[in-house]
Design a protein around this ligand. Sequence first.
Ligand code: UDP
Ligand code: MG
Length: 324
Amino acid sequence: MKPQLSVVIPIYNEEAGIAKLFARLYPALDALGYSYEVIFVNDGSRDASAALLADQFRLRPDVTRVVLFNGNYGQHMAILAGFQATRGEITVTLDADLQNPPEEIGNLVNKMREGFDYVGSIRRERQDSAFRTYASRAMNRLRETLTHIQMTDQGNMLRAYGRNVIDLINQCSEVNTFVPALAYTFARHPTEITVEHEERSAGESKYSLYSLIRLNFDLITGFSLMPLQMFSIFGIGLSMLSAVLVLILLVRRFALGAEVEGVFTLFAIVFFMIGVILFGIGLVGEYVGRIYEQVRGRPRYVIQAVLQETHDHPVKVASVPQGH
Ligand code: UDP
Ligand code: MG
């Protein structure tokens, strides 16, 4: 029996707020009147999250499934594992910290029923630190110029995807990816709606500055070659300029003799160029790193167990020792 709606929620150390999530999510879904399933993916939490998820599974085994990773593979890998488990026509993703109000799921589903196969969302008033909000807005603009992906608010995970999009994502084997952008590349009729955004209900953000920077690199290098191409164009321009400079200096050397003035200007130029070159090497490294992880071909995540109801045994714990 396939439900109409699948809800995928990644969980990483969310014990402080997870009870509040259950208390709002299930009534919101029951009120919609669609058949649904909720798929929680525990991304290697080191707190009591896994036990709390197992309790919730026991309470509502008919509509709850839990995928348990053996370690921390990141939010986007958790969502991809959730996608593999979905059976619904429409899949909705949201964060566990109640920053995405579960009551908005109905609005996403209504929009999907108008014939769209991807519904993104724009946060009406973002409830994050000023630094996060501004940095993310700047990254949003950079991504918009470098990739073909159109998203007003890339950071928000409250989104709905059609079966066609989910099936295509399930065929991908990218190691580091950004789910909303990947989905956008497969969507035929994407659209966006405005949703509410709340403060984190409990606990802290699971993203450090470092992991945010990593995520944004994945978003750009995973979806565009433009940075590399811009570098070669910049390189061509620069080598033409230096050729002219060499010619001028050569003529000057013979006409006026050796020169030593302007040595420090030269230093400034050289240091700037070294910076540019280091950045270029790092950029090439980003792409090489992606290729390296891809050709290594290791499982992207490892599923330790899945809690789900099966026909022969009402409650079964299946062990799946692989993660494609
Ligand atoms: N998350 C995850 N694995 C991680 C980091 C985060 O599954 O390594 C989950 C987390 O439990 C939450 C969602 O991803 O459900 C978003 O995380 P968070 O709210 O910390 O991010 P922020 O709101 O700061 O962007
Ligand atoms: Mg959050």
